[in-house]
Design a protein around this ligand. Structure first.
Ligand code: TYD
Length: 144
């Protein structure tokens, strides 16, 4: 069985293609062209009240690209050992979040839209929702 051992250094911000226009800009991403996974689901968070925190969970198998399509927020990434905070504030940057990483979304600006492209359809079984369960899961995969 192949075990995936990922850490926060595998989660990077990528610059997405931009088409400039005096009447406004456009950003596009396509399967097999711009992303290291195929998109099977798109969802977005919006109307997030000031001070709210979202996304306190990890995924076992799902890859995600997180984009601040509007406004700004911070993504906290945690691999059980290291933590980093990635501010997202432009619609042409996307943060790749690989499986096995705990992530939290905080500091939403007013009107922020958090667009998420996911490699799999919604599957509640893929979630780890408790931080202690996540640490246990990381220990198991790190031990091989
Ligand atoms: P959740 O992923 O728990 O959001 P967050 O961790 O940011 O609070 O999703 C919130 C609710 O939305 C949860 O009841 C499941 C539902 N949901 C879907 O039905 N489909 C989806 O693709 C997603 C992401 C969530």
């Amino acid at each position: 069985m192949i075990r995936l051992v990922s850490d926060i250094h595998n989660c990077n911000v990528i610059e997405l293609p931009r088409v400039h226009n005096r009447a406004g800009n456009l950003t596009v991403f396509q399967n097999e062209l711009h992303l290291p996974f195929n998109i099977h689901r798109v969802y977005y968070l919006y109307d997030v009240p000031g001070g709210a925190e979202r996304g306190g969970h990890a995924h076992k198998n799902i890859y995600q690209l997180i984009v601040a399509a509007g406004g700004s927020f911070d993504v906290i990434l945690d691999d059980g050992i290291n933590r980093k905070i990635v501010p997202l504030n432009r619609p042409y940057y996307g943060l790749m979040v690989v499986p096995g990483i705990w992530r939290e979304l905080v500091n939403f600006s007013s009107g922020a839209v958090c667009l998420v492209l996911a490699s799999e359809k919604y599957n509640p079984e893929d979630y780890i929702r408790e931080y202690n369960d996540f640490l246990k899961y990381r220990k198991e995969i790190n031990a091989g």
